[in-house]
Ligand binder design. Structure first.
Ligand code: HEM
Length: 564
């Protein structure tokens, strides 16, 4: 029996085409994926019901016709989608690999291949130019003017669907995932308070205490090589424990990486690879056990937040980031996290955003200093000139006055930005004019951080580590600060601003100044025997943040201080 018309292959094919052209084409599938699945399930159930009751088909025939019709329907959808994306889409004129124009699964493949998406993107830019289509509605741009247009304070671009991959409901998620600009701006105020000048002043001594604990530990077994990657990770976690929650993670004490560190790396790798197809990442969390490795960290941070709430004292000034966020909730401030779930998620954001990034920045700076003895010696001489009696003279004010220290840190952030590629933004409905190129509205755009930092159009000796390019050789090397965006910032009058830029950028700089100055003041750094630094340099994983290979260094205590 061949019931008409529902089991008709042509009809199903046409229905699929019609569904794409009239409906799906206009939807942001990433945001509507639950509805899409419920509707698909309901349609399949109705089809089965129709075949059983109206066509009186046997179970085997019902299965056969349902599968056939569903397959034809999907064939219609995907054929229409492919033709549309290749020949009719508003960004069809942009060059890029053919598969990338059709599906984001191509990006998933590129990201997952070696988890070095920045390398893949570099190859694509070399092949196709400054503007490339890296997805059906996604463009990667390597142009200076795009930085402030997309990331600057006046930008009309919003956060892309990538940010709704973890949750479609921003009321239940951390501030970072809030795509509604009004909601984001409101919630960001509570975070801004946690990083005010006054708050930062209370964090600096906590950071210094952790760094001192590290330098004593390093000094106690000075002849043995140490894995700088692991120790910088322990330091960063311990700092974020103290500054974020007023808690000691005990990493430096025990010499063991906090279990949350591995969980966060795994989580970030999944986020960056699977997140290239945001709806897929969204679905992944419904697979039982998918976030098992992450559970202890969830439990710890939720316990901390809820514990602080339970013992809240309104008279006490907050001393850590979490307490600032809780204060907004307890005082029912407009900036407060809207739900318990979102506050708990904000609590996780503190550690995730602040630890990995700072650890990677410090480890990379130590790598460059150990590999460039003349730069290390110059930095030590500047530190010695400012603090002639060595560590006993150390003060943050002295350290902050040493421009060369900032130059060293900035050059590391340029060559090895901890957030390697960065976040996508969506163009406003009226589109975006970048130099001679018009990008239509509702298109995901990105300026890949590491690639713009090393673009030979804009940088002389782009791959060389030259801290002087930020100071005395600025003019000679033509350094343009507006191209420097490790915190996803756009610059205006050399002030780092941007609606979605890193809220912890100032704390990050303070933390790096304290860590690098203290270590370099007390130790000479050398690559340990057998360590070339090559794997560390070349094999970084792009897991949104960076996952670094081990780096074996010798921390040799310095005997003399004073002016060189
Ligand atoms: C060297 C260290 C750091 C680097 C390079 C860095 C980089 C970044 C970047 C690139 C973004 C924007 C990501 C995007 O566009 O999606 C960001 C956002 C953020 N960072 Fe950092 N970060 C660092 C340290 C920190 C620290 C210490 C904290 C403190 C908790 C922090 C907290 C945040 C938060 C909360 C956001 C989300 C901001 C928002 O969505 O409004 N970061 N960071």
């Amino acid at each position: 029996m061949s019931p008409i018309p529902l089991n008709n292959a042509t009809f199903s094919l046409l229905l699929g085409t019609f569904a794409h052209v009239s409906l799906l084409k206009n939807f942001e599938l990433d945001t509507w994926i639950p509805l899409f699945f419920v509707t698909s399930l309901a349609s399949l159930t109705s089809l089965i019901f129709y075949h059983v009751h109206y066509d009186a088909l046997s179970p085997a025939a019902t299965l056969f016709y349902t599968v056939k019709e569903a397959t034809c329907f999907l064939l219609g959808v995907f054929t229409s989608m492919t033709i549309y994306r290749l020949f009719f889409h508003r960004i069809r004129h942009f060059p890029g690999p053919i598969l990338a124009r059709v599906t984001r699964f191509y990006n998933l493949y590129l990201s997952g291949k070696n988890v070095k998406y920045y390398d893949e993107l570099d190859k694509l830019h070399n092949q196709y130019g400054d503007f490339i289509r890296t997805g059906p509605r996604e463009i990667s741009i390597l142009r200076k003017s795009a930085v402030s247009l997309i990331y600057g304070p006046q930008s009309a671009c919003l956060k892309s669907t990538w940010y709704s991959a973890v949750s479609n409901d921003s009321a239940k998620a951390q501030m970072f995932y809030s795509r509604d600009p009004v909601d984001h701006k409101r919630r960001r105020k509570a975070w801004d308070r946690a990083f005010s000048v006054k708050s930062l002043r209370t964090y600096a001594p906590l950071i210094r205490a952790k760094v001192e604990q590290l330098t004593s530990t390093l000094a106690s077994s000075a002849t043995a090589p140490k894995d700088a990657t692991a120790w910088m990770m322990m330091l960063a976690f311990d700092i974020m424990g103290e500054v974020g929650y007023g808690q000691d993670f005990g990493g430096i004490d025990t010499g063991k990486e906090h279990p949350a560190a591995k969980a966060i790396h795994d989580h970030m790798t999944i986020l960056s690879v699977v997140g290239t197809v945001p709806w897929l990442l969204y679905l992944l969390q419904f697979i039982p056990g998918a976030s098992k490795g992450y559970a202890p960290f969830f439990k710890w941070s939720t316990g901390q937040i809820q514990g602080k709430k339970a013992t809240w004292n309104p008279e006490k000034e907050p001393k850590d980031i979490a307490s600032w966020l809780i204060k907004a909730v307890m005082e029912k401030d407009v900036s407060a996290s809207p739900t318990t779930a979102s506050l708990n998620d904000d609590g996780r954001l503190i550690i995730i955003a602040g630890s990995d990034t700072s650890a990677s920045a410090n480890a990379c700076t130590l790598y460059y200093l150990a590999s460039n003895p003349h730069i290390l010696a110059k930095l030590q001489s500047r530190l010695d000139a400012a603090m002639p009696n060595g560590p006993q003279d150390w003060s943050y004010d002295s350290v902050a006055s040493i421009n060369y220290l900032d130059d060293v840190i900035k050059e590391s952030l340029r060559l090895k930005p901890p957030v390697i590629t960065g976040g996508y933004r969506v163009t406003p409905p009226e589109g975006l004019q970048v130099d001679e190129v018009y990008i239509p509205g509702d298109v995901n755009v990105i300026v890949p951080i590491q690639l713009i930092h090393t673009d030979k159009k804009y940088w002389k000796k782009p791959l060389d580590y030259i801290p002087e390019r930020w100071g005395e050789r600025k003019e000679e090397l033509g350094t343009d600060e507006t191209l420097f965006m490790p915190f996803s910032q756009g610059l205006t009058n050399l002030k780092a601003i941007g609606v979605y830029k890193c809220v912890g950028d100032k704390m990050a700089m303070i933390s790096m100044r304290i860590a690098i100055s203290s270590i370099v003041q007390q130790f000479d750094l050398r690559l340990a025997s057998g360590e070339t630094g090559e794997a560390f340099d070349k094999e970084r994983k792009d897991a949104f943040t960076t996952v670094l290979k081990p780096l074996q260094l010798l921390f040799v205590p310095r005997k003399k201080f004073g002016k060189a």
